[in-house]
Design a protein around this ligand. Sequence first.
Ligand SMILES: *Cc1c(COP(=O)(O)O)cnc(C)c1O
Length: 390
Amino acid sequence: MPSGSNPAPSASGSWARCLRCSRTGEAAPLDRPAGLSPAGAPWLVEYDLDPERGAALRAALPGRRWSLWRYRELLPVVDLDGRVDLGEGGTPLTRLERLGGLAEVWIKDEAGNPTGSFKARGLSLAVNRARELCAPGVQLPSAGNAALALTAYAAAAGLRARVALPEDTPAGIARSCLADGAEVIQSPGTLVDAGRQLAELPGEFWDLSTLREPYRVEGKKTMGYELAEQLDWRLPDWIVYPTGGGTGIIGMRKAFDELERLGLIGAERPRFAVVQMAGCAPIVRAFERGERRAEPWAEPRTRAWGLRVPRAVGDFLILDALYATGGAAVAVPEERLAEVTDRAARESGLQVGPEGAAALAGLELLTAAGRVRAGERVVVFQTGDPANYQ
Ligand SMILES: *Cc1c(COP(=O)(O)O)cnc(C)c1O
């Protein structure tokens, strides 16, 4: 492991200050490798922010390219000019006139990211930081999209990569990872089993699993900045999010808190709605029981691979975001996916992946239950390119 000789991110104009344990509040420096905190919880990056900085950022934004790097002061990368950048972020937010009943529905379509999903946002930051901190290699277990993103960024960064995929992952995913020069392990069982299998293998590969390092959240949080900016700094009433490990929810909540400290938004917050599949809904079950942690789901089953996450390290952070915002959590029956996918194409010309279809189906359930009401503004996340599933 490298010593503490790496420069602090502030060298690049980043406002990052330190890491902070999401459970205990313990601080740690940014210039060395970090997995989970000593309390076994995710580290989150903390920034020095004030309204003066917010005004400066807002004034600079119109001149910047639409990618997540337009928020560079709010990212923890040291070597900005030398970064690996495949064009991540900067995705469209589009009004859907015909889907969603009487609510005002917008869709944030993440399929245009490199490697076809929003996993690119998180892995861009995680791989850039791993490279800056001199990682010998990087690895993670994945349902598919995280592996595609990891191996692409690792290839571009010149880092060795290793991924473990559950055996029933579509064959195209493994082929693409191999083409990126990565080592691919086919793992019997679930994502949790795949992670365990990887951890037992020899070799110095840093674990970039969801929330087991601090930087994927930093990439994912940029979705929150983007939608705030795209809606002219007025947050929506609801964010409907197809939830696996929950990085996006945790990240966007963090993004909104940062924007408030920058004086770019006020204290208002969207309600988060977690959408999971009936065949793997640990967060929904815990929310319905009013619990702070989620029990692992015994036999995760759904073809929405991104949502096949039986246990989330950040479960308590996701649930906390739901309770704090008066949010909701719904489980979508598997058979709804096909119908919603067809309808999104027929009525709106929209190509959605299974997770995006789940989010749209979740919105229908929330509307039918009277949770989302007429006139409310809703942002639904369409998270992956359907082509990744073939
Ligand atoms: C990983 C993934 C999700 C879940 O995202 P989290 O932020 O980890 O909950 C949703 N959709 C797709 C396409 C994914 O790949």
